[in-house]
Design a protein around this ligand. Structure first.
Ligand code: GRF
Length: 209
């Protein structure tokens, strides 16, 4: 059973989807052991506490530079022996040291069909506003591995959502969360944990040859 850390910045509805999956037995290959918020008071911290999961705030504003911030996060990941890091609404950009350390062990969920509407400046409602301004008929969400390029890592899973004529950024965001993000993230986490487990088993076999 792998140890999972979920990094958040806000409401934590994607974290809640993972907690629900864990409670309902749909998350078997890994267990959520730690929640870290880069902002104090994020409601996702309350969701973690309500489920008996250690919840920490590592406030980005308390660190003079991103290197020190990343180090503080990395220390907690090591302390809790974390195997998979899930960025779920996490708004800080992590530096290449920690991203490389967790190569194919760190994933992110983004509320569009990458490569559309992603990268610098595309987060939260801005993503859905851009999709409506462009007039796309289909949008959705993407789970991908984290790489040094923002939202540029290998795609793991995508889920489409049709845009409605009368959609606003708010109504579209809500439907993308309900129909894509909250459905897909638990499946993607289970899939990645299974892949990591299989990878570990192969390594043990190879070492025993
Ligand atoms: C979600 O739309 C997620 O895709 C994006 O930020 C939002 C976070 O929502 N990265 P929540 O904190 O999980 O409710």
């Amino acid at each position: 059973m792998l140890n999972i850390a979920v990094l958040i910045s806000g409401s934590g509805t994607n974290l809640q989807a993972l907690l629900n999956a864990q409670k309902e037995g749909r998350l078997k290959a890994g267990a959520i052991r730690l929640v870290i918020s880069d902002r104090p008071g994020a409601y996702g911290l309350t969701r973690a506490q309500e489920n008996g999961i250690p919840a920490l705030t590592i406030n980005r504003k308390d660190y003079k530079d991103s290197g020190e911030f990343d180090k503080a996060i990395s220390e907690q990941l090591h302390t809790h022996n974390i195997h998979l890091v899930v960025l779920a609404g996490f708004l800080s950009i992590l530096g290449e040291t920690i991203v490389r350390e967790y190569d194919h062990r760190m994933i992110n969920i983004h509320p569009s069909l990458i490569p559309s509407f992603c990268g610098d400046g595309y987060y939260g409602l801005r993503v859905h506003r851009a999709a409506l301004e462009k007039g796309v008929k289909v949008t959705g969400a993407t789970v991908h591995y984290v790489s040094e390029v923002a939202d540029g890592g290998q795609i793991i899973m995508q889920q489409p959502v049709f845009v409605k004529e009368d959609d606003t950024p708010e109504s579209l965001q809500k439907r993308v969360m309900e129909e894509a993000e909250w459905v897909m993230l638990p499946k993607a986490v289970e899939q990645v944990c299974t892949a990591i487990n299989n990878d570990k088993e192969r390594q043990v076999e190879n070492e025993s040859l």
